[in-house]
Ligand binder design. Sequence first.
Ligand SMILES: [Zn+2]
Length: 325
Amino acid sequence: MKTLLRAIEKAWGLSRRGRKLSILIYHRVLPEPDPMRPAEPDARLFDNQMEILAQHTRVLPLPEAVARLQAGALPPRATAVTFDDGYADNHLHALPILRRHGLPATFFIATGYLNGGRMFNDTVIEAVRRAPGETLDLRDRGLGYHRLDGVEERRGAAESIIRAIKYLTPQVRDASIEDLTERIGVPLPDDLMMTDGQVRGLCDAGMTVGAHTVSHPILAQVDEKQARWEIGESAERLRSLCGVPVESFAYPNGKPGRDYTDRDRALLRRAGFRLAVSTSPGAAGHGWDPFQLPRFTPWDRAPWRFLTRLALNSGHDGVLARSGQ
Ligand SMILES: [Zn+2]
């Protein structure tokens, strides 16, 4: 296995794609696998992935990686690790693993959910997980009729409700969520997101924090005043928590052209940010727009597949985005 991984590393480093920056995106690191969240890694898988990155890539702090990319001084097989949203498990489970491997990471935090908040998608998942009965009828809300008689059914129900409400205006979305939680009527967890102290703990450990807005709106759907506030307020809150300027940003939802626009890139520049990441797959080459850097995480469990997919992804230019486009 070691020989195979070294061979993949060598081939990647020698190819042109080995000169690009691969930014990995994570949200959660669960203490153990959760059938309601099959896409989220557990601590063991995350540990294995960090081991591969530490052994076979050059993991850099994201701001340094982007500065070196812009200067044309990126080392071969450069990678950066990022997390979105601000989940408490980032501090509880990811941080000790990162420290053990000596790896830096950047945490993009939606500041409005710190200290007991809950994002709407988690409210749906946790409510549907705990809902009594074997069916959930939300047809009067336009959210369908769902079977709940097995974990697969519950996962499917939560996914379908999230899909249906994701792009509603925040007011309509929040009304639907409130209605859902009232109908289900069970207590939901309030410790999913980090506390102020946990954010400070990340900074004290030498990690980078970046802004991810206050309330996680789709920026393309809010007016300029609101977008400016979401961006500036989240950066200011993190600056006051960690005592350092916040220069990195992740667009909520992050699909180029759909979830953020040129206006938002301009707002970030004016607010003093130096880089922003999207959720478009691919890897960034020299001359890339630092305000829409692509991100990608391989889903493979086998180490050689994980490393191969990471190398192959760095051959993609993503949807865009050279400077000036
Ligand atoms: Zn997010």
